[in-house]
Ligand binder design. Sequence first.
Ligand code: ADP
Ligand code: ZN
Ligand code: ZN
Length: 721
Amino acid sequence: MPKTVRIALNRPLRRLFDYTVPEGLALTRGQRVQIPFGRQQLTGLVVEIDSPPPEGIPLKPVTGALESWPALPPETVDLLTWASTYYQHPLGECLFTALPPALRKGRSTEVARERFWIPARSDEPLPANAHRQRALLEWVSEQPAPVSERAIRDAGFTLAQIKALADKGRISHAVPATESTTEASPVAPPRLTPAQQQAAEQLQQGRTGFDACLLYGITGSGKTELYLHYLKHQLQPTDQALVLVPEINLTPQTVARFRHYFGDRVVVWHSALNDGDRLATWLKIRNGEPVVLIGTRSAVLLPFAKLKTIIVDEEHDTSYKQGEGFRYSGRDLAVYRAHLNECPVILGSATPSLESYNNALQGKYRLVKLEQRAKEASPPTLKLLDIRSRPLEGGLSRPALQAIRETLERGEQALVFVNRRGFAPIMMCFDCGHIVECPRCDTRLTYHRRDRAMRCHHCDYQTAATSHCPKCQSDAFKPVGQGTERTEDVLSQSLPNIPIVRVDRDSTQRKGSIQAILERVNSGAPCVLVGTQMLAKGHDFPKVTLVVVVNADGGLFSVDFRAPEQLIQTLLQVSGRAGRAERPGTVLIQTCHSDHPLLKSLCNDHYLRIADRLLGEREANRFPPFRHMAIFRAEADTMEASLGLLDSIKPLAQHPGIETWGPLPAMIARRADRHRAQLILLSENRGRLNATLSGVCQALDQRKLPARLRWMIDVDPQETG
Ligand code: ADP
Ligand code: ZN
Ligand code: ZN
């Protein structure tokens, strides 16, 4: 029996706490315990057993264990311990992210069993105005089998209505219908195309144990089918698999396809799950049930007990990087986790990140290519449309509008990509030149005409839109530039009888709205989709044969070294929505820089050629992946305070082999009234960079900083502004 333990708490503290273990209590690493902490009782996780306790300090005993088994198995603790060091984030907070919210707060792992209901033989009258109860009773009576509370809620009823009916004896509990087994329905999967077959063989020829593959599969090449085929082949009936996707709500089709193969073995994990579902899913994973888990970023941290295969779909997607708190990369942790588990990992994309592609070129990953589309159509043809001296309407040039018309006349669908939601990015006075800015940020307010508001897209500020200039009262106060709403309006006017479907964060806020939109589009009637980045992600729109990019120039001259890569990825992903079924697709890219080499190569070369060139530029400038990068960021009520803090740590970071840049104000120097600055560190040597970061963090932890001065660290940052 251990005599002392070291405990991690869910606090931003870079230290652990020592306790004694009461007689008779058996504790292991990863177990949840209750401990006295000051006057409170807190939930902690056991991290070390019998490590020498600090001398001369009397230790308190652990109050008790929350369960007799470790909530986090050894492999999960190892993964998060490594991540804590790599990302320089306090271990306690890292470990607690692997627990569902209910368990973080110290609740029990007992999940109330879900109840099932059937109509009861009773004729207790319902109150005359109880319309919903009556509707619920009717609905329950129509169902062929007992219905779960979840199904009842999904059908739009509430727990209060269930309880009201139960209290009146109109419905009663039932034993659940025999739960469907984990075997999938016996539907024959499509035969793999010869190109898929070849890729499948290459994927399966992996080394035993750890094996990382970069699957470069052009858009529409059928990567999902390939993943399914691979998993079918790879997974034993008792194995667990993890499939990471960027945003699950955007791709209900993917989940449906997995269910088709793996039935109830498929479970999902994303931020919209409620606490009860999260706990239930977490327990399945922890208990080693043979799940195929489809999840977003944080799914990589779950306590799998029998993880045998990992797939990261759209591995280039920037949403794999957590932007605040524990700033980990879900993709990179997936690779490390495969390494810990000695299992294969597949990173798939039509536009691999330069980091992963470079790893493939270095021989760290095997490169598997899938360069033909699964269906008949060949990849879309991309054309640049120079709009320098063309009149535009809602951002659209005449040739673009004409192409949209012709597409609709052929009974097909078109997609228009605009990179900003709202009506227009700026409201400007044409008399005095005033542009409305956010009072709390160094940014301009976006005009949203649907609800006549001006909003900041960087904080939550909004104000009512005015028809006159707030500065000089002139009525020459107008929206400038394009947003999705404006393009939608212009298209509605030019194409009066055609449905225009807008897809952006504003139009998809309601639960289920994206599904409704996708169903409507895939019903096949002619329509025009207008939307942001959201449209670029993984969707399969068989009837879309034309894609128009309203303006490609945004990323061409950015100071962020990742901007060219991200521009090309977005343009190719959105282009990939065209011509996915039988008919070939066309992509029109409007630009004021049709002779820009990057845009020209987009039309002429395939992605890996462009990636080679971009990697060449990164190497010449010694940017990642040719050096490792980390950023210290500071935020305070004044810029002096932020810069001052970073200036004071700069000498601590100046070691041989480490280059420092800054400190400088961030690209958006003021956001929500906080002044932001950053200090960038670069090094060829990961170990040295990490040791330096750790030294600076320790020094900062010793200091007492003013209350509103904050600092954070971002290792392998996605945004350098
Ligand atoms: P990707 O994710 O690579 O862009 P998808 O997996 O969405 O491509 O596949 C593109 C389309 O091709 C989908 O409609 C899919 O159902 C279809 N498809 C994939 N593989 C096959 C196959 N072997 N036979 C017939 N259709 C296929
Ligand atoms: Zn004015
Ligand atoms: Zn703002």
